[in-house]
Design a protein around this ligand. Structure first.
Ligand code: HEM
Length: 541
């Protein structure tokens, strides 16, 4: 071929190939969905700015369990709440659906080489190494530590109340709960004492306070548009760029990264200097230390992988727990009837503990409290603090639906073909309140539903209580049991000591989507998490 023809032929080939891909690409244009809100930010801004659940309810009522929505710059995406479809994506497809590039940026920002951002074989290896440290016996053994920090929080609030008129005090419980959760995860997982509750100004603890609200809340339109290009610029490049931006939220993230790696590195070195134990019931630091020196490539982790895991666990174990416990206390304040019932159950257990001469409430006691268990299940269902999970199929795929939908062209379909790379937004609040699973009162907070023996609909979804709050499948939450035991300990201690009631400000409470779901006050979202409750001493027998 003549040289001068080479360029036009190349361009024509690229154009033809692009046209071919476009024409043969599976289209979701026939799936009903909302109008595009703006060309620049699609429906993304709505989803991020409205209170969690608002758009989900609107779209579910208008379009059913799936809807075609718009990402930035005219790119389409699928919003999914249909139970079978979500179960297929998270629970049944192994690694066939990867995290979206934008979601991977968040994972890199919070944990570099850690498990949250790892994929495929790397994820499988990391998960295999870490899983033994989250097994039932290991996590059960943390219960006394959970109780100890719950009691520290109680002492803190008892001091506050002691000095206040009328025997009660309005407390922004979100801040203190955040401190307690950082303290607890650092001690239980890494034997590291931050002393946050005692106001020790520990740099590590301070760096985790309100971290997600600082950089994940209310992204600007420019950021949503910029996120669009992550796919082309690569998540690593975008994460590095964000990390260095002179913006308050990202500066906090940078500080957190520096402090967390310093502490994690020191803890790992200390652990490596001691004797490494055998294989019986290893704690997380033992597992990590052994992994760095393992001769077997399948069970080895580099030091930077290990310190990344430590950082992501400190984050995941404090951010999600802070928000979940905060919403649990909100529901107790809103429903005095549930609070009294829970306290009555706790008093009965305390009486039993005294009668048998035991030192305090043990795990077996809390496991035998039916209303406590039902209340926790309802909090987990009603307040999924990781409200949206973002995925995309690595190949063309077909989503099964529990409930058929009617397409724009009038066809009734039970399966939705989706193209490789399509962005999927999985709506956990809407999954958790699907009437086909939970009945017509799914939108009401009601722990009683978990005490009934009969079920409204299909069961067996997710890791816990038929919900998707902890995700499912190969990437489901590794810390879900840790979370539940910790919640049990804190709820029992706090409700035993205190009575919670709403303050006037609760009328302004919003469930804000800051990456995780955070309690904030309307008009004061720049202050981060807030839950002002009135706290007084609970009556004793
Ligand atoms: C109520 C509390 C919690 C909730 C609702 C929660 C929720 C979740 C969800 C939904 C995922 C999957 C994210 C995705 O697929 O995109 C996840 C992953 C993870 N969670 Fe949790 N979590 C909680 C507590 C914890 C705790 C206490 C820890 C550790 C101590 C923890 C550590 C992790 C880690 C390391 C991952 C990544 C797992 C992987 O990619 O294989 N979480 N969590």
């Amino acid at each position: 071929m003549e040289d001068y023809l080479a360029l036009p032929v190349l361009i024509a080939t690229i154009l033809l190939y692009t046209l071919y891909k476009r024409l043969t690409r599976i289209s979701i244009a026939d799936i009903p969905g909302p109008e595009r809100h703006s060309f620049w930010t699609g429906n993304w801004q709505q989803l991020r700015r409205e209170e969690v659940g608002t758009m989900d309810n609107e779209w579910r009522d208008a379009f059913g369990g799936i809807a075609r929505i718009w990402h930035a710059l005219g790119r389409d995406a699928l919003w999914v709440s249909d139970p079978q479809a979500i179960n297929y994506i998270l629970g049944k497809s192994g690694y066939a659906f990867e995290k979206t590039p934008e979601r991977r940026v968040t994972a890199l920002l919070l944990g570099d080489e850690g498990i949250d951002g790892a994929d495929g074989a790397t994820h499988r290896r990391q998960r295999r190494v870490m899983e033994p440290a989250f097994s039932v016996p290991v996590v059960k053994a943390f219960f006394p530590t959970f109780m100890q920090y719950a009691e520290s929080l109680c002492l803190q609030w008892a001091d506050l109340i002691d000095g206040s008129p009328g025997g009660s005090s309005a407390v922004n419980i979100a801040d203190d709960v955040n401190c307690a959760m950082v303290d607890t995860v650092c001690d239980a997982a890494f034997d590291y004492h931050t002393g946050c509750l005692q106001n020790a100004h520990n740099q590590l603890a301070k760096s985790y306070m309100n971290l997600m609200s600082a950089f994940g809340s209310r992204p600007s339109s420019a950021r949503i548009v910029f996120d669009y290009f992550t796919e082309y610029l690569t998540p690593r490049f975008v994460a590095a760029l964000y990390r260095n931006l002179p913006i308050r939220g990202f500066a906090k993230l940078r500080h957190n990264r520096a402090v967390a790696y310093t502490v994690a590195g020191e803890l790992l070195e200390q652990r490596l200097m001691g004797d490494l134990p055998g294989t019986a019931q290893l704690g997380l630091m033992d597992v990590f230390a052994r992994a760095t020196v393992s001769p077997d490539a399948n069970s080895r982790m580099s030091r930077s992988e290990v310190t990344s895991q430590m950082r992501i666990i400190m984050f995941a174990g404090s951010e999600t727990m802070t928000n979940t416990l905060t919403f649990a206390l909100l529901e107790l304040a809103r429903h005095p009837e549930y609070q009294h019932r829970l306290r009555a159950e706790i008093r009965a257990a305390e009486k039993d503990v005294r009668a048998r001469g035991a030192e305090g409430i043990a795990l077996a006691d809390v496991e035998a409290m039916p209303f406590l268990q039902a209340f926790i299940k309802e909090v987990i269902r009603f307040h999924p603090v990781a409200p949206y999970l973002y995925r995309r199929p690595m190949e063309n795929d077909v989503l099964p639906l529990s409930t058929p939908i009617t397409t724009r062209s009038g066809k009734v379909i039970r399966e939705v073909p989706i193209p490789k790379g399509l962005r999927l937004v999985l709506s956990i609040p809407r999954f958790n309140s699907d009437p086909t699973i939970w009945g017509e009162d799914a939108h009401v907070f009601n722990p009683e539903r978990h005490l009934k023996s009969e079920r409204n609909g299909p069961t067996g979804f997710g890791l816990y209580a038929n919900t998707m709050t902890f995700g499912a499948g190969v990437r489901g939450c590794i810390g879900w049991r840790f979370a539940l035991y910790e919640l049990q300990a804190f709820l029992v201690s706090l409700v035993s000591h205190f009575d919670f009631s709403p303050t006037e400000d609760i009328a302004r409470l919003r469930r804000e989507h800051a990456g995780s779901m955070v309690a904030m006050l309307d008009g004061e979202t720049e202050k981060g998490a807030q839950l002002p409750l009135r706290v007084s001493l609970a009556a004793r027998d």
